[in-house]
Structures are given as structure tokens and as C-alpha cells.
Design a protein around this ligand. Structure first.
Ligand code: GLY
Length: 438
């Protein structure tokens, strides 16, 4: 089967690998030539992922049978609707359905309208004085969010990026003046985790949970990034997520898919629930309309069911069982020095692929071109896979040294200490539980 993949990051390198592993003939369109994808693909076109006309032209030239959309920007542009109108079925939500990610007010209103569990108190404002008096009356810490896509940079939380509700009001005012509207939510305290599912619009099939490390520096310090690494456990839970929490979070995602159908905006594709596990249980922080990056690399290497079969199931409304190996995974992303605020660009890095392979780790390319020149975002990911988290972390760590250049990474991703810290935090937020072994 000829499959077109749109996107060229680490997430797409993992998607492309899983497609080829399941027998697909791969064709790729992305803004830069990802060296990992270049060697998997039969054809590679350089274009902006949002340039739907160009994507269509290449898809037709190659005669692809279906398309798989990696990032959110082309989904927001409506690439799935566009390709399907032209007779090319695509994995990913329509423009309307992708609003779960691309319009945070839509997502919160849907949760409210259909009483989806795991929702939280929110208001959308276009009037500065109404916003100010609501925050004053509310009196508790808030979160301020732009409504649209911001690449993870626009969300600010009182107690973290904002000192207090006074700063929150000033930031919300800035967003109203810039965008016309702003979303203000109650702050939820807890520990975040990622729950990704496949859906054909009706059936919802879960993937192993993962936990992302969004801060740039060790010990969860520094600016928020796309994610400096992530881990997952062989039991597909996380040490601080109980089976009951898992079931509740899964119910939230199933209720979301049901709500989208009732709402006349059926959702097909990958749905990513970013949850905060609070004292009261799992709460949705955000939805994403795609695989996570890096979290795609936690789950796709473990996939036992061919990804082409899943893709066809999503498109035909006939999604069947999806199985994953019972393994733990640890991903460490290497990013250019200065990322995310002032990244080094245009210099080359060295990768000893043979030595990486000898450690047992997998390697995925992201924001580097064919000559291994840094393009400014997360560059290369190494992935350890093993029966235990400890061993997976050891493997990822032993591979890191074989990638050299003006790069940095977080040594603490998936370590006993950092996972222990998350378990302790859950306790401090008032939850009593017995940690799962990982
Ligand atoms: N790792 C966060 C994201 O993919 O949005």
C-alpha cells in the first residue's frame, strides 16, 4: 500500500518507521528532509506541511492510496477535508473536529455541553473589564490561554509563569488586545500525563500511557518546550496512575468521542488527552488532535498491530483490536544549545549510528536536515526499550554519548529520582495510593 506521510519531525520518523514495518510503501512531504525518513521513503517532497495544493500534487504524482497527517498545523488548515474531497482518504480529524486542539474554547464548551468528566471551570472573555472582575470574584489561582495553536508557548499559569492573579489579568488583557478573546480557567494542581487513543469515530482503542518532560532543564526547570523526553511503563500505566485513574481518564476520552459524534463533528484519528492527575482524579488540561512528540516514540515502536491496518480501520470506521508489547520505554531528546529561546542553528552534528545500534537504542531524527545540520528545534531522539524502566533508561543514556555537537539533553528523563519526585508530588497534592512498579 502506498502511504503519504505529512510531516518531518521525530514523531513522523516513528510513524514512518511503523508504516514501513507494516508493509507500506512510504512517501513523505515535509518542510525539511528528515534523514531518518529519507531512507525509509520511496519519494520525498519538500514543501510546507500546510501547503495543501502542493501536498495533493505530490500525492497524485506518487499515486498514494492514503495519507497520514503528523502535525497539527495542516489539520488546522483542513488538509484531511481537502485530500478526502480529492479522493485521498487521510488519517487525522477534519478541520472542524481538529478544533478540539486548535480552538481551546470549543474544547471546553464541548466538555461542558456534554458533561464530559474531567472538565474544569472556565470562561472565555472578549471584554477586559468583565475578565478582570471575574478573576477578582473567583479569587483562586487561574490559568490564562490563547484560544488557538501556540506551539506550547502561550499558556501561562499562576504560580509558575505568572506570579499572581494580578499578572494573570495583565496577560489576559494583552491576549484580548492581540487576539480579541482569551480563555481563563481555574488552575488544577497535580501531575500531568499523556493518554493517546485511536478512534474511528465510534470505537476508541487505548495506547500505553506516557509522561512527558516539558521543561528545558533538569529538575523540571527552565522554559517550556515541545518535550525534552518521556517514558512509559511495561504495564502501560504510570507509577502514580492507578487502574481506577486510568479507567476514569479513558472514560473521558470515550465520552469526548461520543460527544463529537453527537455534536455533528465526528472525530477520526489519534486523540491525545493531556491530563492532570489531581487529588480528585484526572482532569483534561488540553486535547491534541495527533500523536504527541515525543510520546509517539514511546508507543509506536511497541505496536504489534500493523499501523497500515489501524489506518485503514480509522478511515473505514472499522477499527479493531490494537496490541502493544509490554515493555518500558525512555526517550531522551537532544536539542540545540539555547533551545527553545535562542537555539543554535546551521551547525552540523555527528551521529555514530552503528555505536547507537550497539547500545540497543533506537534513534529518530527530527529538526536536522539531510547533512545533519541543526534547524533550531529538537534535533535527535534516542529511545531505550526494555522490560523495566531502569533498563530502558540505561539504554537511552548509553546511546546519548554517540551523538555529538552543540546539543543538550535532560539526563533525568525516566530516572528513578525524577519518577520518585513525581510520585512524591502526587502525595503532596493529597492523593493516597500505592505506586505501581515500572
Ligand atoms: N509532547 C507534547 C505534545 O506533543 O504536544
Amino acid at each position: 500500500m502506498k502511504v503519504l506521510l505529512v510531516g518531518g519531525g521525530g514523531r513522523e520518523n516513528a510513524i514512518g518507521e511503523a508504516l514501513v514495518r507494516s508493509g507500506a510503501e512510504l512517501y513523505v512531504v515535509s518542510r525539511h528532509k528528515n534523514p531518518g525518513l529519507a531512507r525509509l521513503a520511496r519519494g520525498y517532497g519538500l514543501a510546507r506541511e500546510t501547503d495543501t495544493e502542493k501536498v495533493l500534487e505530490l500525492a497524485r504524482k506518487w499515486g498514494v492510496e492514503l495519507a497520514f497527517i503528523g502535525p497539527e498545523a495542516p489539520l488546522e488548515k483542513g488538509i484531511v477535508d481537502f485530500l478526502e474531497r480529492e479522493g485521498i482518504p487521510a488519517v487525522g480529524p477534519t478541520k472542524e473536529a481538529a478544533r478540539l486542539e486548535t480552538n481551546k474554547a470549543f474544547a471546553r464548551s464541548l466538555m461542558e455541553k456534554y458533561e464530559i468528566p474531567g472538565r474544569k471551570l472556565f470562561r472565555v472573555f472578549d471584554d477586559v473589564s468583565e475578565m478582570r472582575s471575574w478573576i477578582d470574584d473567583f479569587g483562586k489561582p487561574v490559568v490564562v490561554k490563547p484560544l488557538g495553536l501556540t506551539g506550547g508557548k502561550g499558556v501561562k499559569v499562576v504560580g509558575y509563569q505568572l506570579r499572581d492573579n494580578e499578572e494573570a489579568k495583565a496577560y489576559a488583557e494583552e491576549l484580548i488586545r492581540k487576539d480579541g478573546r482569551v480563555l481563563v480557567e481555574e488552575r488544577t494542581d497535580g501531575v500531568e500525563f499523556t493518554f493517546q487513543v485511536f478512534s474511528d469515530g465510534k470505537r476508541v482503542l487505548p495506547m500505553p500511557l506516557a509522561q512527558d518532560y516539558p521543561h528545558a532543564y533538569e529538575n523540571d526547570e527552565g522554559p517550556i518546550t515541545g518535550g525534552m523526553g518521556s517514558y512509559s511503563c511495561s504495564n502501560h500505566l504510570l507509577p502514580f496512575v492507578t487502574t481506577e485513574d486510568y479507567e476514569r481518564a479513558f472514560e473521558t476520552l470515550k465520552a469526548t468521542i461520543r460527544a463529537m459524534r453527537k455534536n455533528g463533528t465526528p472525530y477520526r484519528g489519534i486523540l491525545y488527552g493531556q491530563f492532570m492527575l489531581s487529588k480528585e482524579g484526572p482532569v483534561i488540561i488540553e486535547y491534541n488532535a495527533r500523536f504527541g512528540d515525543p510520546e509517539a516514540m514511546n508507543v509506536l515502536p511497541l505496536l504489534k498491530t500493523p499501523l497500515t491496518e489501524i489506518a485503514e480501520g480509522i478511515i473505514d470506521g472499522n477499527l479493531r483490536k490494537v496490541e502493544f508489547e509490554k515493555k518500558a520505554t525512555v526517550i531522551k531528546y537532544l536539542a540545540p544549545k539555547g533551545y527553545p529561546t535562542n537555539p543554535v542553528k546551521g551547525v552540523r552534528v555527528e551521529v555514530d549510528e552503528k555505536a547507537v545500534a550497539e547500545t540497543g537504542a533506537k534513534l529518530y531524527y527530527a529538526s536536522v536536515d539531510e547533512n545533519l545540520t541543526l534547524l533550531g528545534s529538537r534535533a535527535i531522539a534516542v529511545v531505550g526499550i526494555a522490560d523495566t524502566l531502569k533498563e530502558a533508561e540505561r539504554i537511552a543514556q548509553s546511546a546519548i554519548g554517540h551523538v555529538k555537537g552543540e546539543l543538550f539533553y535532560r539526563r533525568d528523563v525516566g530516572t528513578r529520582e525524577s519518577v520518585g519526585k513525581r510520585i512524591r508530588l502526587m502525595g503532596e497534592f493529597g492523593r493516597e495510593f500505592e505506586p505501581n512498579s515500572c
